[in-house]
Ligand binder design. Sequence first.
Ligand SMILES: C[S@@+](CC[C@H](N)C(=O)[O-])C[C@H]1O[C@@H](n2cnc3c(N)ncnc32)[C@H](O)[C@@H]1O
Ligand code: SF4
Length: 405
Amino acid sequence: MSERRVIPLVSRPKAVASARLSAPPPLSLYVHFPWCVQKCPYCDFNSHAVRGGIPEQAYLDALVADLEAALPQVWGRRVQSIFIGGGTPSLISAAGLERLLTDIRMRLPLAGDCEITLEANPGTVEASHFADFRAAGVTRLSLGIQSFDDAFLERIGRIHGGSEARRAAELAAKHFDTFNLDLMYALPGQTPQQALADVAVALSFSPPHLSCYHLTMEPNTAFGANPPADLPDDDTGADMQEAIEARLAEAGFLHYETSAFAQPGHKCRHNLNYWAFGDYLGIGAGAHGKLSSHTGIVREMRHKHPNAYLEGVAAGNAVQERREVGLSDLPFEFMMNALRLTDGVPLNLFAERTGLPLSSIEPTLVRARRDDLLAVDNERLFPTLRGQRYLNALLERFLPDEPGA
Ligand SMILES: C[S@@+](CC[C@H](N)C(=O)[O-])C[C@H]1O[C@@H](n2cnc3c(N)ncnc32)[C@H](O)[C@@H]1O
Ligand code: SF4
């Protein structure tokens, strides 16, 4: 799944009872593409350096077989957004992408205004394919820019330089009404002025959407094992974040989620559906899904390694893990998503999406409001500034059996 920094789910024994919803939530489709030109040293996504070419046809065949096998789980439901993420899905040929979208359309009813996002990396020839991607039906391009500065791009092991990043942003603006630029800050040796300089270049392309991520050191990555010695300290990182937020507010962006900023009308609908605890079918290597039915809410994950996935699909089973979400886990799972949204969610969404009455979390809500972590206004539940700052502490209160809950 593209959007990161999700607090990992705490694995707990399952409750016996399951959720009963009055109506199914909106449905999205996530498609994972697990290859990149090379592995970036900071990246813990399910992505693998291409060796000896991508088995594009075999993978596209597997995606269709995976989708077909999953259809009974989403029968009759209309898809309101599709996100093709990775990895670097823009490495798929234009013809391959067209085939993929046609295969999906032939099997799933899409909403008339279905948002279709493709993640793209400026570092390869595929930037010249942007017009073809648009023609194939992609409505939103999400570009992994990270920085426009050659020196920083080299430090973080990117395959592209500043001029390719500019060229890709220019092409995205030319071919797409809505597009996103991903930036990372707190890069090795970076000052707040340099982080702001990247934001200024990004703004020169008038992007409708920006995602600004604090570079994090992830276990099981080259940086995680061997962090650069000159990473900005926490205070400097926090200063950068504040300065970026102020600059983007000045430029008219809505800061609607921890790392996401949009011009009015350009919030990412796909990610909003995750954060509003909507449903999503995830197909492709390592893809995660969350699906509700009259019997409860199920989370599933496809086989992670591309070869294991291809073999799994060939053997008639793409799914590596499936588990029902127990009733006692639902408050935490719901809040872990909803409270990332600066504006929060309508109060009644809790009952709608979990099947639990709001009264079941009333004591926790009362305490969190008293501690100035949560607020309710106009029938919306949202984190206060303090709640956003101490989000993990706030979320912990919704864990089952928490003493403070
Ligand atoms: C799954 S990546 C896909 C984008 C595309 N492959 C690329 O890198 O150009 C989505 C985004 O996550 C962000 N990201 C990846 N690893 C990160 C890390 N360790 N810390 C902060 N952001 C990270 C990057 O901004 C990246 O563009
Ligand atoms: S290109 Fe993107 S997905 Fe691939 S390794 Fe780099 S950050 Fe990860």
